[in-house]
Design a protein around this ligand. Sequence first.
Ligand code: ATP
Length: 241
Amino acid sequence: PTSAARLSISNLSVNYGKARALANINLSVEQQEIITIIGLNGAGKTTLMRSITGLKKISEGEIIFNNKNLAGCSVDQRVKYGIAMVPEGRSLFPKMTVRENLVMGAYTRRDKEEITNSLDKVMNLFPDLKKKVSDRAESLSGGQQQMVAIGRALMSDPRLLLLDEPSIGLAPIIVQHIAEMIKEINRQHGVSILLVEQNARVAMSLADRVYVLETGEIVLEGPADKLRENTRVQEAYLGMK
Ligand code: ATP
């Protein structure tokens, strides 16, 4: 948590009514980092993502993005500051074309030329989508739909990309391809990545650092290489004994 951190979360707690979903979370993402959070169903991963995007009101603590405290910032303001999210299940507009879906991601931007530039960038990143821009989203494969969802998030020109379970429902080879794309977005385009995953194997291979979330609390954190050697992680998340 230096002053250079892109995202810095301290003492964050979040409730649903009286039920505490996140308790005293401390987490940071440096500018050049890919961070993954692993956790089982119901651990609080989605709640954490929604707290950062402003979709869920926080109960305690602070979320600082590029040295700005996000308290009181609307969802749209956060998008303008540079936070974009790829939601679980992708939530594309199935009857709309790929291009229309992508352009939706630029809804906070005005400059037509910049939007066109971003569209070109997304096409270069995902050449598979070039031939499909006029096709309905529903006609694409699962992997291609995930690319559209990521591309749509990139259309707001973010500095931080949040991904909620990008590997869900995809074949291993497609997951590998998406993981490479995420690395490229980070390394070539300087976008910090915060990703939550139930698939710990994928999460660990992609991440610089990993946090383990269990019933709303961070129970372990460290470099991916280190955590891979941790027996608790191996037993609970990697299916090893
Ligand atoms: P999943 O992988 O199933 O999405 P998750 O790790 O993302 O799980 P969350 O969806 O953040 O977990 O849920 C964390 C806790 O908060 C769970 O106990 C869940 O039941 C509870 N919770 C989530 N959303 C709500 C809600 N809208 N109202 C009440 N409780 C909720």
